[in-house]
Design a protein around this ligand. Structure first.
Ligand code: SF4
Ligand code: SF4
Ligand code: SF4
Length: 312
């Protein structure tokens, strides 16, 4: 049965959105949003998507801002056939409306700046936590391999950034100064022939350790910084850093604990960042990092909280 375009945002339309069909301006016409974690598709799957777009859409696709694919031009009466065709090809529809979205990732797995296997972590998070559950609002998770944050994890409800803290072995240093050239933030300067790092400027990107030709600079520790409460929309908020140097297991667990806290505490149509503003970021941090060693909890200063509250 066709949906009347005047029914925009009626329960019928919202039901369609919950199953991956996005209302468009054209009457009776939807975009089918596909579930594509990390934006990775095999060439064969890409051909399947093309075939579905020809058969059920108008033979074109949109690439979304979250590294996904939408097939526009699907008529409501074609929903069942489209779903059947996608299922037969092993392609899933994505979560829309108040649900978790596909996890995004930068290409840190192959990027020379990456501090971890970003694809693997994002996939683990998606497999562990991306279910059909209806939440207070949308819930996005993003992962980046280094402080450059190409996938903008700080604008997600939960974001992770791979970090690597440098440590110098002065005896191994050949005083070449390559590390200072590699540091984009001038956090590392050569002093009396040796690198000196300003901890207030260093963002633990790890570029200096990767550039050192003799491994005199090497990672003291690596891990993941955890951000929560980011969102982009009519109001904007940059996620607050709650944890530092988490292990991958701790990161996967933190997503589940934050999601559970959000389900318990969040109000309908409230994004995680708004729940954190209402109840205080510390409440979210305590839920997120339960069982994680205290040394990995970021001190939530009044200044950091003010920044989190102020940016909208
Ligand atoms: S965030 Fe870092 S690791 Fe990821 S793509 Fe950008 S530069 Fe590479
Ligand atoms: S880790 Fe990055 S920011 Fe820190 S000193 Fe090295 S290059 Fe500079
Ligand atoms: S790049 Fe390595 S060897 Fe060269 S100055 Fe820096 S720490 Fe020393």
């Amino acid at each position: 049965m066709a949906i009347d375009p005047r029914d925009f945002y009626t329960p019928k339309v919202l039901d369609a959105q919950l199953t991956g069909m996005i209302k468009t301006r054209e009457p009776n016409t939807y975009s089918a949003r596909l579930r594509i974690p990390m934006g990775i598709l095999t060439a064969d799957a890409l051909e399947d998507v093309a075939a579905v777009a020809r058969a059920h859409g108008r033979g074109e696709v949109y690439l979304t801002a979250r590294m996904g694919i939408e097939i526009p031009g699907v008529q409501t009466e074609d929903f069942p056939a489209l779903r059947e065709d996608l299922a037969a090809r092993g392609v899933a529809l994505a979560g829309c409306g108040p649900r978790m979205r596909s996890t995004t990732a930068c290409k840190g797995t192959v990027c020379p700046h990456g501090n971890l296997d970003v694809f693997e972590l994002a996939w683990r998070i998606d497999q562990a936590h991306n279910d059909a559950a209806v939440l207070p609002h949308k819930f996005k998770v993003g992962v980046a391999g280094c402080a450059s944050s190409c996938s903008k994890p700080q604008t997600n409800d939960v974001g992770f950034v791979g970090v690597s803290e440098p440590e110098l072995d002065p005896g191994a240093c050949v005083n070449c100064g390559i590390c200072a050239e590699a540091c984009h933030l001038a956090a590392l300067r050569m002093e009396q022939g040796l690198p000196a790092i300003d901890p207030d400027l260093c963002v633990s990107c790890g570029d200096c350790t990767k550039a050192c030709p003799v491994q005199a600079l090497a990672p003291r520790r690596t891990g993941l910084d955890l951000y929560a409460g980011g969102r982009w929309g009519r109001e904007k908020q940059v996620g607050m850093r709650l944890g530092a140097f988490l292990s991958e297991d701790e990161a996967v667990g933190a997503v589940g604990r934050i999601k559970a806290w959000y389900v318990a505490e969040g109000r309908t149509k409230e994004r995680l960042g708004q729940t954190m503003l209402r109840l205080g970021p510390r409440a979210c941090q305590e839920a997120a990092l339960e069982g994680v060693p205290r040394g990995k909890w970021v001190e939530l200063t009044a200044e950091a909280e003010e920044r989190f509250r102020g940016f909208r």
